[in-house]
Ligand binder design. Structure first.
Ligand code: PMV
Length: 331
């Protein structure tokens, strides 16, 4: 290890998957059942400072200024334990993390959180790791965090070992001006975390069908992104989201993430695209909020239509964003 600074601050963006990750072939290593594709979200990010400190007796964590305990702290400690074991340090860390998007909006922050934590923790140890290795390490905290390390449009190769399961960029953010308009249907914290959901995915009889057809969807979505073919992109993105939710709904216990308003928005989005020719499609993660992915030229119209569907919707908006980066280093 080189002579190291002790404190580093890093930033990473959240991402939205177009071909989803759901289910693991190895839960401990978070090796996913299938490869996935996503876009980083420029306007939703986590900034994390890690200070390794000889005087600390245990790790500490604050999120948006509040001291974190329980499961959030435990997950961060487990991740730091993994990094300590790998890089042979016994020091504990003070971790300060802030999200620029409103907390409690039901927007998964684990991808940006574990990508920023990994980047800051490694930089503060004086390590300058290749992007690929950072991605594998971020994956251990939250699978989708692997995709928040590289920039723009990203593919996570499922791989079959810790070293071969990593994400890499296949197009920069400016390649295609897609906008994610997120309809916040519920601010409630999800009752079943995605980590727990991954463990039940194999109990659905539909999961083998979803997994065996995922490579073809990935091929089509990637080629649609490369050629900026919205029609081809939209139909497979919606199909992939529906397939993941079909697996969730048929798992034991079943997971029902859609709310009535989510479903109303999904149907409206399809109508706007197929009948009214707006370039927009939907995708949902492990929650009821609907990500409406649209061409930049239709973004204002889509926002206005979402607002007219329900006056109670909060709406977030983001364009494609860059990868994780270190903002500062200090001794
Ligand atoms: O990274 P996790 O364990 O939070 O899993 C993410 C799962 C989904 O958001 C539902 C899909 C995805 O590929 O991001």
């Amino acid at each position: 290890m080189v002579d190291e600074p002790q404190t580093a601050t890093a930033r990473a963006h959240s991402n939205i998957a177009f071909v989803k990750y759901w289910g693991n072939r190895d839960h401990r290593l978070r090796l996913p059942a299938n490869s996935s594709i996503s876009m980083n979200l420029a306007d939703l990010h986590t900034t994390t400072t890690v200070a390794w400190d000889d005087d600390l007796k245990h790790d500490t964590l604050t999120i948006n200024g509040a001291i974190a305990a329980d499961s959030a702290l435990e997950r961060v400690r487990n991740h730091l334990d993994m990094l300590r074991a790998r890089f042979k340090t016994s020091r504990y860390a003070r971790v300060r993390s802030t999200n620029n998007f409103p907390m409690g909006t039901g927007i998964a922050s684990s991808a940006s959180a574990f990508a920023a934590l990994t980047a800051a923790a490694c930089a503060a140890l004086g390590l300058e790791l290749p992007e690929r290795e950072l991605s594998t390490l971020a994956r251990r905290g939250s699978g989708s965090a692997a995709r928040s390390i590289p920039s723009g449009y990203v593919e996570w190769h499922a791989g079959d070992s810790h070293e071969t399961s990593f994400a890499e960029s296949f197009a920069p953010p400016e390649h295609w001006d897609l906008i994610d308009i997120i309809a916040i249907v519920s601010r409630a914290h999800k009752r079943t975390s995605s980590s727990a959901g991954h463990e039940t995915a194999d109990s659905s009889v539909l999961q083998p069908a979803r997994i065996s057809s995922a490579a073809e969807r990935l091929r089509v979505v990637k080629s649609a992104i490369m050629s900026r073919d919205f029609e081809q992109f939209a139909s497979v993105v919606e199909e992939d989201s529906n397939l993941m939710h079909a697996v969730m709904m048929t798992s034991d216990p079943p997971l029902f993430y859609w709310a009535p308003l989510s479903f109303a928005i999904m149907k409206a989005v399809r109508y706007w695209r197929t009948i009214e020719k707006l370039q927009v499609c939907y995708t949902l993660d492990a929650g009821p909020n609907v990500h409406c992915i649209c061409a930049a030229s239709d973004a204002n119209e889509v926002s206005a239509r979402l607002r007219s569907l329900s006056g109670e919707l909060d709406i977030l908006r983001s364009s494609a964003g860059g990868g994780a980066c270190v903002l500062s280093l200090r001794d």
